[in-house]
Ligand binder design. Structure first.
Ligand code: ADP
Ligand code: MG
Length: 573
């Protein structure tokens, strides 16, 4: 008989069970900061200060001016599942607070040393100290109304977790990201964030998202955002601020998505933001966007993630499309003048139709779901290139022009590409491109690899105005080309279109890729001398573009030099 040594099945002691469960809520210092900020917001704070030391591993201190906790209840938050936010509906179909699980403080206390000082209304202020998850001390204290939580020695008792953390600098970055999200998502709250006694971020809490943007990105950049308020249906509303395509980041960290005032992570919605910028930004460049999505609380399941970082929508599709449409419209329609340096930037046209520096500053009750009805609607005015006078051409590549705000340099190829791109798009949306028959058919030979890849799609070339058919081995006979490009060399045009269908190793049969190729092929090149009349025509055409700022590949078409800027540079101001 084999004797096996086995341990009896036992129930884990509380402190171990709690430390294990805590791992789900408190992954790193940034999770502590997130939970504490959320508690302060739930307590109705108007001002929140966050101080961290050593990337949050040495100490995190969060103070708020929220409603506080009565002396009699000060120990309760450290009991697991103790909460003052019990939803009226047990199945969470109506959670309006950020917290609801009663797990954050017990989890933090399981992996750190916690002190909490709080004062509720006229009650006496109290202080508790929690060590190894248990309340070790409770005293009366002198403190202003509100709550302060001090978390130190984080993960000291969980060496395994410490090993997974990054350097203090990296942990500070994670914390900064969380704080930034709340600063931008809750412009109605005044935030101050210090790291190792150095001020990193501050916002005035005026309720204007522009003020919060200033706190995070500085005044100059903040002016280059488009603000919008978009209501797709009774179901979903998107309040947002998105960066001008001229401002981009190399990562997606600038995309903040809040749902009913809660910062969430959602790859799918992040993708909705990116896709709104498709064709406007260069590859691997990302916009800065702050979106506050408002949906009925009953259509949102917030209890799908221990750290409450994810949510589920009943109608995810509607939310996706609302995000995409709202940003698209904002980029095209928001009446912000050309975001160049100088006094013009950041202007907005208000209801009376006159320019006003102030109207963009009006309070946007960003995260205030109750207030959303009061939001002022701004009329839509197209973002247009100003009327320009051609001065000349330089380097056979750029058009120099003058407008009433200053000087402009236009990249002739990029601009022409944009013009063609939009023209072709309109034609394709109407009835496709017309064909111009060739006097003599042309036989075009295509490399075998490419031929194999594109042959299934050649028929679709017909609606682009090509009349062609296979002609023996790796060859096509070309009988007609798009009428609008009748002046171009048929063989070149056909070949580059065929190459254009093949982006990388995959065939991109979608209309956009081919239109981009045709637009590029049909446009004037850099290095081509242009007459004044040709340059004038180019500028007129660019003026009428929906999206004049970039070429279809995302490169800028226009650089501008505001007259104030020029005066400054010449020391005239
Ligand atoms: P939850 O937020 O899910 O309720 P927590 O563990 O985060 O759980 O907090 C427990 C309780 O402690 C809260 O429900 C709230 O009553 C109280 N509390 C925590 N932080 C604060 C704060 N900053 N101000 C006022 N009350 C707080
Ligand atoms: Mg909480």
């Amino acid at each position: 008989m084999i004797l096996t040594v086995r341990n009896k099945i036992q129930i884990l002691p509380d402190h171990i069970a709690l430390a294990i469960a805590a791992g789900e809520v408190v992954e790193r210092p940034a999770s502590v900061v997130k939970e504490l900020i959320e508690n302060s917001l739930d307590a109705g704070a108007h001002a929140i200060s966050i101080d961290i030391h050593g990337g949050g591993l040495d100490r995190i201190i969060i103070r708020d001016d929220g409603e506080g906790i009565p002396y009699d209840e000060i120990e309760l938050p450290f009991v697991r599942f103790a909460t003052s936010k019990m939803p009226s509906d047990f199945y969470w179909s109506g959670v309006t607070t950020l917290g609801f699980r009663g797990e954050a403080l017990p989890s933090i206390a399981a992996v750190a040393h916690v002190q909490m000082v709080s004062k509720f209304a006229d009650d006496i202020a109290s202080m508790v100290e929690v060590i190894d998850g248990g309340v070790a001390r409770k005293e009366r204290a002198g403190a202003p109304a509100g709550t302060a939580v001090i978390v130190s020695s984080l993960f000291k008792n969980v060496p395994a977790r410490l090993k997974f953390l990054k350097s203090a600098g990296v942990e500070t970055n994670y914390i900064t990201q969380i704080v930034t999200q709340y600063v931008l998502g809750r412009p109605d709250v005044r935030f101050t964030f210090n790291s190792d006694n150095k001020l990193k971020l501050t916002s005035p809490g005026t309720g204007a998202v522009l003020d919060a943007l200033r706190g995070v990105y500085g005044s100059e950049k903040a002016r280059q955002f488009f603000l919008f308020d978009y209501e797709e249906s009774e179901y979903v509303r998107v309040l947002g601020a998105v960066s001008d395509p001229a401002i981009t980041l190399g990562t997606r960290n600038g995309i903040t998505i809040m749902v009913n005032g809660r910062a969430i992570k959602n790859r799918n919605l992040q993708f909705a933001v990116e896709s709104a910028y498709q064709g406007i930004l260069k590859d691997r460049r990302y916009p800065i966007a702050i979106l506050n999505i408002v949906v009925p609380h009953s259509d949102l399941d917030v209890n799908v993630h221990p750290a409450k970082a994810e949510v589920k929508f009943v109608q995810q599709e509607s939310v996706f499309s609302a995000i995409k449409t709202s940003i698209r419209q904002a980029l095209m329609d928001v009446p912000i003048a050309v975001p160049f340096r100088g006094k013009l930037s950041g202007r907005i046209v208000n209801n009376s139709g006159k320019n006003s520096e102030d109207s963009i500053e009006t309070r946007l009750p960003f995260a205030h779901v109750e207030n959303v009805i009061d939001i002022e609607q701004q009329p839509a005015v197209k973002d247009r290139l100003p009327v320009l006078r051609v001065v000349g051409q330089i380097a056979s590549c750029y058009v120099v022009a003058e407008g009433y705000q200053g000087m402009y340099l236009i990249d002739q190829h990029a601009a022409h590409e944009r013009v063609w791109y939009e023209k072709l798009q309109r034609m394709m949306d109407a009835k496709g491109l017309e064909t111009q028959g060739l006097l003599e058919p042309v036989v075009v030979e295509i490399p075998e690899l490419i031929e194999q890849a594109i042959s299934p799609y050649v028929e679709s070339l017909e609606k682009y105005g090509f009349d062609c058919e296979p002609f023996g081995h790796n060859s096509y006979v070309l009988r007609g080309i798009p009428l609008v490009f009748a002046h171009l060399d048929p063989k070149d045009l056909f070949l580059s279109s065929v190459y254009g269908m093949r982006s990388g190793q995959v065939i991109d049969a979608d209309q956009d890729a081919l239109i981009k190729t045709l637009a590029c092929h049909g446009s004037v090149r850099a290095g081509q001398a242009l007459s004044v009349a040709e340059m004038q025509e180019l500028l007129r055409d660019l003026e009428s573009c929906d999206n004049f700022r970039t070429c279809p590949h995302g490169r800028p078409t226009v650089l501008s030099f505001d007259s104030t800027f020029i005066e400054h540079q010449f020391g005239r101001r």
